[in-house]
Structures are given as C-alpha cells and as structure tokens.
Design a protein around this ligand. Structure first.
Ligand code: MN
Length: 156
C-alpha cells in the first residue's frame, strides 16, 4: 500500500486535501465521506497499515441486511484524510464538497485481497454498525476494480 497514486492525482498548492503522508500503522478507524463531485457518491475508507484503503460507493452504503452496493476501489488515501471536510476547487481532481457522513472504529474479521478479494468487518460508527463485507467482483466498469459492499446478518 502506498500513496503515490494519491499524490499524482492532486496539486497540493490548489487543493485543501491532506498531503500524502503515511500515518501510524496500528489504527483501525473507518470513515464514510459524502462527496458531492460531478457524480454524488460516498467514499468508504478503512484504515489499514498506515493508509485508508478506499472505495467509491455511488449509491451509498447498504441499509438492510442482504443489500449489496457497488463499490469501486480507488487509490489509498492518507490516514489524515479521515478528518477532511471541505471544498475541492473547480478544475481539480474530485472537485466538489466533501463532508463526513459517518466515522468510528472497525474490527477486521477477514482480510483477503490476494485470492478472492473478501474483506469482512464489524463497523462501530454512528450510522453504520454491525457486520459488513466487501467482495471483489469480475469485470464491471472496464479496468476499474469493482467490489460489492454488503450488509451481513448479525452473528448469533
Ligand atoms: Mn470521492
């Protein structure tokens, strides 16, 4: 995991977004940012190994058990991005308003990106709580990585 792609896409003299600095290695926070860019979407980010592993969720997180929402994997973001809210200026990458929609801690149940692409976790946020998973799917959206964000049944 690295922040080169994050850095490459942004001009830090123009955008108020955090610089591409790696954070502590041991955090386990998550954040969901409502991003009113060209297309409104929700950015779903899980802190892992000093970065925020990130997905763009066009329709927002699933609300009911069994719901699945498309989640496009995007570049890792710096950990400090979890506190970012503000306006990305017109003409810059991701131009538009960013606001924190939910945040908290999470617990990893499974993290497998090598084989199938299955990540299972428990969210402890204000709006999002309980078991969710991210599952990699095949071949949607050209060369972009497409995943599904799924709300799972609570464990008995
Ligand atoms: Mn975004």
């Amino acid at each position: 995991m690295a922040l080169e792609e994050y850095k490459k896409k942004r001009k830090f003299e123009r955008t108020p977004e955090p610089k591409a600095e790696k954070g502590r290695e041991d955090g386990s926070s998550f954040v969901v940012q409502k991003h009113n860019a060209q297309n409104l979407h929700y950015d779903f980010r899980l802190e892992r190994s000093g970065v925020l592993v990130s997905w763009a969720v066009p329709k927002g997180p699933p609300e009911k058990v069994g719901d699945k929402k498309l989640a496009i994997r995007v570049e890792d973001h710096p950990v400090s991005y979890k506190d970012f809210e503000g306006q990305i200026p017109e003409g810059e990458y991701g131009a538009g308003q960013v606001e924190i929609w939910d945040k908290g801690e999470y617990e990893t149940l499974k993290w497998d990106e090598k084989d199938d692409g299955v990540i299972e976790f428990v969210l402890k946020g204000n709006k999002l709580q309980g078991r969710y998973s991210l599952v990699k799917t095949k071949g949607y959206g050209g060369n972009k990585e497409s995943w599904l964000l799924i709300k799972n049944k609570p464990k008995d």
